[in-house]
Design a protein around this ligand. Structure first.
Ligand code: MSP
Length: 677
């Protein structure tokens, strides 16, 4: 990533004729991740987003809603504004083109361009697409409709100011040659070059047939063409057009912008019109225009008119914000289109987040708590120099370099793929070292410490690297490791720097596994699916009789009905209850116990270890159906032999009178190791 001390990034400003959807949210989230990464690298970042509020389209939408354009604009602009905290967006400013500061800036740019001789008055006659707010040359009509969005075009014939765009063909070509990265990805740059080489015509930049816009200086019968107005926002927010010294200094510091991040359909306006306006005004050009592809629903671009929009809120409610952020960053290869789908999110959620990341965080922090008294252990250098530790540490070191490079080129899906490879490697490392076995032999203490240090140290770097993409998850993980998230932590990020002796923070469950199907989730979102257990079932142990007997308080997970029948004198204290360690576990494998019709032998992951539990649930469950399922187990029972198999714990299930045992389960599964109380 370029070592600049200041970094200015913008999103497009969004039209307010419709409410925000995932497409808008995506651009803003990508800009957010890049802005966050630059802050972590120590840059002075300015991140701008906002709303594009003028134009015929908005004027008409307001009329349709029976509101003044001002009232309509306030109403919808607020929705875009309020979406930002819901998506944890770290923008430094939010610009609305209806603000006085922007009127002043757009008029200043107009004067500057006019005074340098690049604006003249004439008559415009031709086609106009109100959806895209763009003049459509006859040659670009497709079956009489707009070639970009396919909507009907209107014929307009009115007096108009024109911008001498034709004068900028050669200067733009020169700029493109001198700055090969001006527009990325390369495919978009080539499209722009082809368009430029086809020749440029002067551009109509004012309208007289409606009034919802910024008046043209000295000729208020005209309002500015909405793109002339809108593109200027990038300079307004940096302080352009204001004569006070502070604003001028701000403009000198932040202009030109480093990156205008946009969707692929507005490349021409950003890559041709905007630099031409700036060249005409004698102002510096932005360093880079970066465009991404579209989120598609059933092959079509999401749009209000097609009725196929995804509302980000719904998905955030269902999966959590960081899961949605992870999905969009991971799933869309930058520059290409991607399909949005519930099934794909659910799969990524359970495999990448619950399984890979959730498991790593849970087992690393739980074991450090359990075996190292809640502090990061110190590790023997020689033990850390063994091949598995060296390999892990060098993979982590290489990852830091890779992620920085991927972020610099907007390749978030590559960055996350690389991070997940190292998450996998760290999980495998833990399995290789088996700290739960090491913990059984006091003479292997040093090896245990080294294994837990190596895992925690890798996890710390992973947590730092996911911060731009999943800020809350990254920071929560760091805090669990006892590391206070710092502003510019990437400047010194490398493996081996986690301080031994650091006191770990409180454990928190990340990404509990979701056991529901997509259909169930939809039904639950619609509040129609009540899947509570049969009333009256007793929350108690299964028929693992000897283990249950030794638990004593195993029946304490009772329903109100049962509690009500317990004599007051027989009630237990909370301390008694807390003696029973109930924890979430995941079934890794299940098989029948030979010669028993009732017992199954389960291998479970308790977050801290893997162990065998024998459970009397063979009459209720097929072994194969249990694999991957999240259950509740008593983890501090003395071992007991059942039909010759040693059981290290007990599975909790409801045992209705005369019925089959039903395992306790969750709406949304917590990570293994989570305490149940
Ligand atoms: N107001 C103009 C931009 C002016 S910038 C000076 C505009 N607004 S918009 O509301 O239509 O937003 C367009 C932007 O939203 C796209 O460039 C893109 O960043 C994002 N997206 C809208 N739909 C999208 C998808 N289906 N997929 C991905 N992003 C999309 O154009």
């Amino acid at each position: 990533m370029a070592a600049v001390s200041r970094f200015y990034i913008t999103t497009p400003i969004y039209y307010i004729n419709a409410e925000p959807h995932l497409g808008h949210a995506y651009t803003t989230m990508v800009a957010d991740a890049v802005a966050r990464a630059h802050r972590l690298l120590g840059d002075d970042v300015f991140f701008l987003t906002g709303t594009d509020e003028h134009g015929q389209k908005v004027e008409r939408a307001a009329q349709k809603a029976g509101l003044s354009p001002e009232a309509f604009a306030d109403h919808i602009a607020r929705k875009f504004h309020d979406l930002l905290p819901a998506l944890n967006i770290s923008n430094d400013d939010f610009i609305r083109t209806t603000e006085p500061r922007h009127h002043a800036a757009a008029q200043e740019l107009w004067r500057q361009v006019r005074d340098r001789g690049f604006i003249y008055k004439d008559k415009y006659e031709g086609w106009y697409c109100t959806v895209d707010e763009i003049f459509v040359p006859e040659t670009q009509l497709v079956a009489g409709r707009c070639g970009i969005c396919g909507n009907p075009v209107e014929r307009i014939a009115e007096e108009s100011y024109f911008f001498r765009l034709s004068r900028f063909e050669q200067p733009l070509l020169d700029h493109y040659r001198a700055h090969p990265d001006f527009v990325t990805p390369a495919g978009r740059r080539n499209e722009v070059l082809t368009f430029l080489e086809g020749g440029l015509e002067d551009l109509s930049i004012s309208r007289t047939s409606f009034t919802w816009g910024i008046p043209v200086p000295d000729d208020p019968a005209h309002v500015m063409y909405v793109w002339f107005d809108a593109l200027t926002n990038y300079m307004t927010a940096a302080g352009y057009g204001v004569s006070q010294p502070a604003a001028a200094a701000r403009f000198a510091r932040y202009w030109p912008a480093d990156v205008h991040l946009i969707g692929k359909e507005i490349v021409r306006q950003h890559a041709i019109y905007w630099p031409a306006f700036l060249l005409a005004a004698g102002l510096p050009l932005p360093r880079q225009i970066v465009s991404h592809g579209w989120w598609l629903m059933e092959g079509a671009k999401m749009s209000k008119s097609k009725g196929n929009v995804v509302r980000p809120h719904e998905y955030v409610d269902r999966f959590g914000l960081d899961a949605v952020r992870y999905f969009v960053f991971r799933e869309m290869v930058f520059g290409q289109d991607a399909s949005f789908g519930d099934e794909a999110i659910l799969t990524r959620y359970n495999s990448d987040l619950a399984n890979d990341l959730g498991n790593l965080v849970s087992r690393t922090t739980t074991m450090a708590h359990r075996y190292c008294d809640g502090v990061v252990p110190s590790a023997d250098r020689e033990l850390l120099a063994r091949p598995p530790e060296r390999e892990l540490s060098s993979a982590v070191g290489a990852l830091v370099v890779k992620v920085k490079a991927a972020v610099a080129s907007f390749q978030s899906s590559t960055a996350l793929r690389d991070i997940w490879e190292v998450i996998g490697a760290t999980n495998r490392y833990i399995v290789t070292r088996e700290p739960w076995q090491l913990a059984k032999s006091p003479d292997r203490r040093a090896e245990l410490d080294a294994a837990l240090y190596a895992a925690a140290d890798a996890l710390r770097v992973i947590a730092e690297l996911i911060r731009p993409f999943m800020p809350a998850t990254g920071e929560r993980t760091l805090r669990m490791l006892g590391v206070e998230p710092e502003a510019a932590s990437w400047t010194s990020l490398r493996p081996g720097t986690l301080e031994p002796g650091t006191t770990l923070g409180e454990l928190a469950a990340l990404f509990p596994r979701i056991e529901h199907t997509v259909e169930e989730l939809r039904a639950m979102a619609a509040d129609t699916n009540d899947v509570s257990p049969a009333p009256g079932s007793q929350g108690a142990s299964t028929s693992v009789s000897s283990a249950a007997a030794s638990a004593g308080a195993a029946g304490s997970a009772t329903t109100g009905t049962v509690a009500a029948t317990t004599a007051a004198a027989d009630r237990i204290s909370i301390d008694d209850f807390m003696k029973v360690e109930l924890r979430v576990a995941r079934v890794l494998s299940a098989e029948p116990v030979p010669k028993s019709s009732k017992l199954l032998k389960l291998q479970v992951d308790t977050g801290a270890d893997q162990r065998t539990i024998v459970a009397g649930i063979a009459e209720s469950y097929e072994p194969a159906a249990l694999v991957g399922r999240t259950i509740v187990v008593v983890t501090n029972l003395k071992p007991a032999k059942l039909m010759g198999v040693e059981s290290n714990g007990m599975v909790l299930a409801a045992s209705p009178e005369g019925g089959k045992a039903l395992l306790l389960s969750f709406d949304v599964a917590p990570v293994p190791g989570t305490r149940v109380r």
